[in-house]
Design a protein around this ligand. Structure first.
Ligand SMILES: [Cu+2]
Length: 144
């Protein structure tokens, strides 16, 4: 009995590790079969591109690059290089009627990342680091 439970736990733990370590490139293309259940928060598609944007203290605070082009559902991966930054998509500078990505928490140490799944609706979206707007820490992504 205990052995069976231990085996079941090990299998669950393995599943969890695989899920935690999985990435889009190593996952085989799954076609057919059951569609994934709809999630409350958008999750990246298996074929989503990941676009890295570094956050630095250059000039007081900067996104590098500050302007990128992406496809619907692609992922912006914000990488904190130095300093303390966040990422928000202000409603007053973005298209209305779209579920904009929620503001991130503050990233406080080097190497921290925050992923944003882009809207499916083409357009230009503006993002900013709230405390560093005065020094021009703003950026935009064009979803084609
Ligand atoms: Cu900042």
């Amino acid at each position: 009995m205990h052995t069976v439970r231990r085996a079941a736990f090990a299998a669950l733990a393995t599943l969890f590790l695989v899920a935690a370590c999985g990435d889009a490139e190593s996952a085989p293309a799954a076609t057919g079969g059951a569609a994934p259940a709809p999630a409350a928060a958008p999750t990246p598609a298996e074929d989503a591109n990941i676009i890295e944007i570094r956050m630095t203290n250059r000039g007081g605070g900067a996104f590098e690059p500050a302007e990128v082009t992406a496809g619907p559902g692609d992922v912006l991966r914000f990488v904190n290089v130095e300093g303390v930054h966040n990422i928000s998509f202000p409603a007053d500078r973005n298209p209305s009627g779209i579920d904009l990505p929620a503001a991130s928490p503050y990233l406080t140490s080097g190497g921290q990342t925050h992923d944003v799944v882009l809207p499916e609706v083409p357009g230009e979206y503006f993002f900013q680091c709230d405390p560093h707007v005065p020094v021009g820490m703003v950026g935009s992504v064009t979803v084609q």
